[in-house]
Design a protein around this ligand. Structure first.
Ligand SMILES: Nc1ncnc2c1ncn2[C@@H]1O[C@H](COP(=O)(O)OP(=O)(O)OP(=O)(O)O)[C@@H](O)[C@H]1O
Ligand SMILES: [Mg+2]
Length: 329
């Protein structure tokens, strides 16, 4: 079996608060193969950002930490690595693209300089070489007149242009993994589509593996190879786009898809809403975390927590309805 580029195992991460440790992710396991795109979808507060910050070990800077579990990057567990070592890995082997491009750019440096700086640090390029490669990167991400634009400051560019610069910066050192957390939500709709097209193109041409976090199912359907659905800190379903979107197993996924305009072909009608609200990860019901909202809840769901298990449609789902009959039974 070929090794996955990224393999997350039972990752529990959270924050130390006045009331003790509060979990934000609960035994999250996922894997990403070379050159593939995995999308994590789920409602606000389900733990998508914390998962990505924990993988990058940026969670340490947000006042949180990894409580247990492993993050295997190219087979090596980076969950316990020193930040000093992580700094070398981040920016060169894995890079992150955030929602707000302005927060990732330094307002007082020219955009070309910011890309060149990363190339000098991580790739040990000389002054001239680094600048030339920075201009090439701006061209690659579709910035017109890159020679001229490289001399501009972030405030001289539109939000969409700035996000392209951030992507150029993330790609500059040829990372093997890019984690993008809602990279288009701060942009207007037409620019969103352009940035997504750009990510899809980069994935095809550079074969970079992408972990994309979004709450937009349409976006996920367009760009992903595999989808992981998060609910209250846990992954409740994981499979190919076809499996998860066209043949969903978990009642939460079913509800989520029905609550989105357009995806199921029904337009204009009243949208479905999943009854109830997402519970706090630190105050979960006994049994299945989705049981208070589930239309198919059974006795067993109130007592036993379903693990993420191979289900009837081929994907994995954390639902007792999906349990396959035991062999020989
Ligand atoms: N710095 C922090 N300190 C304490 N709790 C936090 C912190 N950051 C996030 N959390 C909590 O962790 C949980 C998961 O948050 P997270 O930001 O990962 O959600 P998300 O799925 O990314 O949501 P969204 O779609 O709104 O971005 C939430 O309950 C949130 O309140
Ligand atoms: Mg988030």
């Amino acid at each position: 079996m070929t090794q996955n580029l990224l393999e997350v195992r039972n990752l529990t991460a959270g924050f130390e608060t006045e009331n003790g440790f509060v979990k934000a992710t609960d035994r999250v396991s996922l894997s990403l193969a070379q050159g593939q795109t995995l999308c994590i979808v789920g409602e606000s507060g389900s733990g998508k950002s914390v998962t990505s910050l924990a993988i990058m070990r940026l969670i340490d800077y947000a006042g949180g930490f990894i409580e247990s579990g492993e993050v295997l990057f190219k087979g090596e567990n980076i969950a316990g690595k020193k930040q000093q070592d992580m700094m070398r890995i981040r920016g060169s082997k894995m890079a992150m693209i955030f929602q707000d491009p302005m927060s990732a750019l330094n307002p007082v440096f020219k955009v070309g300089e910011q890309i060149a700086e990363s190339l000098r640090t991580h790739k040990k390029l000389g002054e001239k070489q680094a600048w030339a490669k920075a201009v090439d990167m701006l061209r690659l991400v579709g910035i017109p007149s890159p020679e001229m634009r490289a001399h501009q400051y972030p405030h001289e560019m539109s939000g969409g242009m700035c996000q392209r610069v951030v992507i150029a910066m993330a790609l500059a050192c040829d990372p093997e993994l890019i984690i993008a957390d809602e990279p288009t939500t701060a942009l207007d709709v037409t620019v969103q589509a352009q940035i997504l097209d750009l990510l899809a193109k980069l994935k095809r041409e550079l074969k970079t593996s992408i972990l994309l976090i979004t709450h937009d199912m349409g976006v996920a359907a367009e760009i992903a190879d595999r989808i992981a659905v998060m609910y209250a800190g846990a992954i409740v379903e994981e499979g190919t786009v076809d499996q998860v979107f066209h043949n969903p197993s978990h009642p939460y996924t079913v509800g989520l898809l029905r609550s989105i305009p357009g995806l199921d072909g029904e337009r204009g009608g009243e949208l479905y809403t999943i009854k109830g609200t997402i519970p706090s990860i630190n105050d979960l019901p006994t049994g299945c975390r989705f049981n208070p909202r589930c239309p198919h809840v059974m006795d067993r769901c109130l007592r036993e927590e379903p693990p993420l298990m191979p289900g009837k449609n081929g994907q994995r789902a954390a639902c007792w309805l999906e349990e396959l009959p035991k062999e020989g039974a």
